[in-house]
Design a protein around this ligand. Structure first.
Ligand code: PLP
Length: 392
């Protein structure tokens, strides 16, 4: 089972960080290894996932959507979780690890503010001090989430460097961690970053796929033909895929943000178009310009707007275990409307990318194929953008 003990997924991943962080990463890795085998940690984790976050989430058979698309579509309803997305699965896990390490403070980076809110929520719950790094640009785009984080007792620190967005926020958070590492745990929000984060976040999110597998076996008596999830950094997708890794007949499809088109700077389709390089402490796929500088990205959904991707996805791509595709802003809006109209479920724009791809997939699948789609979050946060873009 990968990663190996250096955090490598067949050449991807690893630790490309300043020397000063190695101790903290080692400490986190050791604590996590112990926690995994500690019945009281597992009990606490399951307790908060159930009683606080609202797990297990339903695997809902989308009847009308299925009829329309000519396949059996099941929706894994992560949108029903507390705070409205899958991110809480990970922040609860890392919050508990932070308590075990007796660190009084957490920091996080956030783009749209979803991970910031999920971290601030858990910090409030567990009595931790919380500072969230957020690009200046994102702060003005996502004022509601900024207010939410403040209400939850977190401090939001504006990042004015670079493009003033998520990647710069992550850089600043890493810098803070180097300085304050003894008192501080850095809660990374996706399956990216230096080892052990990609493994750790994957494990905390893999509850999605474990539940889905049990639920589909109960409902259909067999495994699905295909799993579909959107990919920003890749945590909801990896969370769904991972438990099915050895079930070779189950196809994985990761849907990236195709933005306005596949010209550099106009999308965030890292695996579809990117190259191999190092970003935020790990080797993976990323988007870079001809000078090797990390490229600007665009997506209608802020949660997918990131020029990197988790190293395990780069590995899945390399070995052909998963296929990665891109869906444009326009198509995502169609997916947004489709799920709202057919099932009465308004998805996050991120999740709408995955839903939108089903229409293309339908043409390639055999009749009565079973497909599970991860509805990673709910759409309330996106209404401002959608009212401007979608004519009703
Ligand atoms: C953050 C977010 C994503 C993208 O992150 P991944 O790590 O790729 O899962 C997707 N959907 C929602 C609702 C999000 O909040």
């Amino acid at each position: 089972m990968l990663p190996d003990r250096f955090g490598h997924f067949d050449g991807f991943g690893g630790r490309f960080v300043p020397e000063t962080l190695i101790y903290a990463l080692d400490e986190l890795e050791q604590e996590y290894k112990k926690a995994k085998k500690d019945a009281s940690f597992i009990r606490d984790l399951n307790y908060y996932l159930r009683e606080y976050a609202g797990r297990p989430t339903p695997l809902f058979f989308a009847k009308k959507l299925s009829q329309r698309l000519g396949m059996k579509v099941y929706l894994k309803r992560e949108d029903l979780l507390h705070t409205g997305a899958h991110k809480i699965n990970n922040t609860i896990g890392q919050g508990l690890l932070c308590l075990r390490m007796k660190k009084p403070r957490v920091i996080a980076e956030t783009g749209a503010g979803q991970h910031g809110v999920a971290t601030a929520t858990v910090a409030a719950l567990f009595g931790l001090k919380c500072d969230v790094y957020m690009g200046k640009e994102d702060i003005s785009r996502q004022s509601l989430n900024v207010y939410r984080m403040k209400l939850l007792g977190a401090q939001v620190i504006p990042v004015r460097s670079g493009s003033k967005t998520l990647k710069d926020a992550m850089t600043e958070a890493l810098r803070d961690w180097v300085t304050n590492v003894r008192q501080t745990h850095y809660v990374i929000g996706t399956v990216a970053g230096p080892h052990p984060y990609p493994e750790l976040v994957r494990d905390f999110q893999s509850v999605i796929g474990r539940e889905a597998k049990k639920q589909i076996l109960e409902k259909e008596g067999r495994l699905p033909d295909c799993l579909v999830a959107c990919v920003g950094g890749g945590s909801n997708a990896m969370g769904l895929f991972h438990s099915f890794f050895n079930d070779k007949k189950v196809k994985f499809i990761g849907v990236e943000a195709g933005g306005k088109g596949l010209k550099l700077g106009e999308h965030a389709a890292t695996l579809v178009t990117g190259s191999i390089g190092v970003l935020h402490g790990a080797k993976s796929n990323l988007l870079e310009d001809k000078y090797g500088q990390v490229s600007l990205t665009h997506s209608i959904s802020a949660g997918l707007d990131y020029p990197g991707v988790g190293p395990e996805h780069a590995y899945y791509k390399k070995i052909g275990r998963a296929a990665y595709v891109a869906v444009s802003d326009k198509e995502a809006l169609e997916g947004f409307r489709l799920l709202s109209e057919e099932e009465g479920i308004i998805p996050a724009l991120e999740s709408a990318h995955a839903v939108s791809y089903l229409a293309k997939l339908g043409k390639r699948l055999k009749k009565n194929s079973i497909v599970i789609v991860c509805v990673s979050g709910r759409g309330d946060k996106d209404m401002g953008i959608v009212t401007k873009k979608l004519k009703i």
